[in-house]
Design a protein around this ligand. Structure first.
Ligand code: BTN
Length: 326
């Protein structure tokens, strides 16, 4: 606890800060500050110490940690942010927290997942230290049918968070994939519980995984996956990205559903499925079409080879030109 608070103070100072100032600000002893600095150094933080000028944080390891998130998001927001080194799945942890009454906006961020889940029961590879794995619990008072839109809203919010952090804007492969240079950068898994009798939403958990530092992928993913590092060559702070992702999800909490037009416009602008040939399956049959539009409920309007149109509301599509599909 003190370690996180001392880190937050060092980050806030943005330069030299005396041990006295830190201990006074946090209401802890000088010895506790000193012990926290030693512990931070053991975690890989480079901190200089001088009797004249105090402590200075010189370099941070690329870890998502509560102290650094606190410096970026503020102590109040951190009251409902859980930051973990490793977890089975941040979505599963957020669902457990939901069951024990955690409030709207509770976020779970992890450095790695041992059982990360994707859509359709797939695994989401979540190597430690290489991606951002984040889930947020939402408790909106909306009918269950409106909740389907949240995945699309989250796609837009995540494109904005990535752009704010590292200057590149991903595209969206309908409905929930983030794409960079025709490869998959990340994905979104939205899970909701609905009370059977009242048909009211109990909770919604929105989970996002973004590949950040991976330089190589498994054989299966190599042809289709991208990371911010492989595509931009830049080194991206996963903590900075996590903070932006939390802010962007908080933006949805503040504006859903009133600002639908804004999210819809951004979704259409960013959707890389549009204007391409696609295939999709229905009842075991593979069907083909041309992705023409996103309708007002974020459905994908497809023109079939016979000229008829239909709107897809969910499910998987393969998109010609993306993920190696030629
Ligand atoms: C997909 O591409 O099919 C969706 C991937 C969603 C992965 C994220 S990582 C954080 C959260 N926890 C999980 O177990 N899954 C989501």
């Amino acid at each position: 606890m003190t370690k996180d608070s001392v880190l937050a103070e060092l980050l806030k100072a943005g330069g030299c800060v005396s041990g006295e100032e830190i201990s006074g600000g946090l209401g802890v002893s000088r010895a506790a500050v000193n012990a926290a600095v030693q512990a931070l150094r053991a975690d890989g933080y480079e901190i200089s110490a001088s009797t004249r000028t105090g402590y200075e944080l010189l370099r941070s390891p690329d870890r998502i940690c509560a102290g650094e998130l606190a410096a970026r998001l503020g102590a109040e927001r951190m009251e409902s942010v859980v930051c973990l080194d490793s977890v089975d799945s941040t979505n599963d942890r957020a669902k457990l927290l939901a069951q024990s009454g955690a409030p709207d906006g509770t976020a779970v961020a992890a450095n790695g997942q041992t059982a990360g889940r994707g859509r359709m029961g797939r695994r989401f590879q979540s190597p430690d230290g290489e991606g951002v794995y984040l889930s947020m619990l939402l408790r909106p008072e909306i009918p269950p049918e409106d909740a389907a839109q949240l995945t699309a809203w989250t796609s837009v919010a995540m494109c904005r968070a990535v752009e704010r952090t590292c200057g590149v804007r991903p595209g969206i492969k309908w409905v929930n994939d983030l794409v960079l240079n025709r490869r998959k950068l990340g994905g979104i898994l939205t899970e909701l519980t609905v009370e059977g009798e009242s048909r009211q939403i109990g909770s919604i958990v929105v989970g996002v995984g973004i590949n950040v530092n991976q330089t190589a992928f498994s054989l299966e993913l190599a042809p289709i996956a991208a990371s911010l590092s492989t595509e931009t060559g830049a080194s991206v702070s996963r903590c900075a990205l996590t903070a932006e992702m939390i802010r962007a999800l908080d933006g949805i909490r503040a504006s859903f559903p009133a600002q639908k037009d804004d999210y819809l416009r951004a979704y259409r602008e960013n959707c890389v499925t549009l204007g391409r040939e696609i295939s999709f399956t229905r009842r075991g049959e593979t069907l083909f079409g041309f992705a023409e539009d996103i309708d007002d409920d974020f459905g994908l309007v497809v023109r079939r080879p016979d000229g008829s149109r239909e709107t897809l509301r969910s499910g998987e599509t393969s998109v010609r030109g993306l993920y190696g599909y030629v």
